[in-house]
Design a protein around this ligand. Structure first.
Ligand code: CA
Length: 231
């Protein structure tokens, strides 16, 4: 099950805005954690599990874009950008930084909590109960966006995580490329079939690195992919 009070990291250097966000999140049952600089935010992410990051782009020490890039190197945690300038919106949308959503200032606290809820629901969603051991070999901790295979926690990019989460939710079920694309990409129309194949390839390599001699992903020619069922 997802955590009772998911930790939301709020990275914002303007106290009045941050306080409004923190208050709104707390009222909605989240556990907000407020940091004012990019460095402090990255330190938190190393120290503890965070369900989602609300990230201001204009920070005193580094830009939110760079913070996001740094986060993406290690974690699949979803990011919602806060921006004060419309020029930044173009960059968020255009740069494929892996932002899950963004809000332009000024925004209402209600707007923010609705976005947070929607992104978390999307992350935790899927046909099977999230977080449950889907199969003896697999463990999906949706609150931490973490999947382990035979006891090994896999280091996954955001799209790899979403893609594998879909497969893990239904071992044995054959997913078409379209279905996997819809599960893993925010804008499936922009991705191509090859993208799914490329991600399956890196997933296989990571699984192989974690547990050699165990091909967990099955290719169904002309149909798609499935996870090998426990026999
Ligand atoms: Ca700012």
């Amino acid at each position: 099950m997802p955590e009772l009070h998911p930790t939301i990291l709020v990275v914002e250097d303007e106290p009045p805005i941050a306080e409004t966000i923190v208050y709104a999140l707390r009222t909605e049952g989240y556990a907000p954690l407020w940091r004012t600089t990019g460095r402090e935010a990255l330190a938190v992410l190393v120290q503890q599990p965070v369900a989602l990051v609300v990230l201001d782009i204009g920070l005193p020490d580094m830009s939110g874009f760079d913070v996001c890039r740094e986060i993406r190197r290690h974690r699949a945690v979803p990011v919602i950008f806060l921006t004060a300038r419309s020029a930044e919106v173009d960059r968020i949308v255009g740069l494929e930084l892996g932002a899950d959503d963004y809000l332009a200032k000024p925004f209402s606290p209600r707007e923010l909590t609705a976005r947070v809820r929607a992104v978390l629901r999307r992350m935790n969603g899927g046909p099977a109960a999230p977080g449950a051991p889907a199969d003896g070999k697999w463990r999906h901790d949706a609150a931490r966006c973490r999947i382990s295979y035979r006891g090994r926690v896999l280091k996954l990019t955001r799209n790899e995580y979403r893609l594998l989460a879909a497969l893990v939710a239904a071992p044995g079920r054959v997913f078409s490329r379209d279905q996997l694309m819809a599960a893993a990409w925010d804008d499936p129309g922009a991705a191509m079939d090859r993208t799914v194949d490329a991600h399956i390839k890196t997933l296989r390599a990571k699984l192989h690195a974690a547990v050699p001699d165990d091909d967990a992903i099955v290719t169904h020619r002309g149909l798609g992919y499935s996870l090998r069922e426990e026999t």
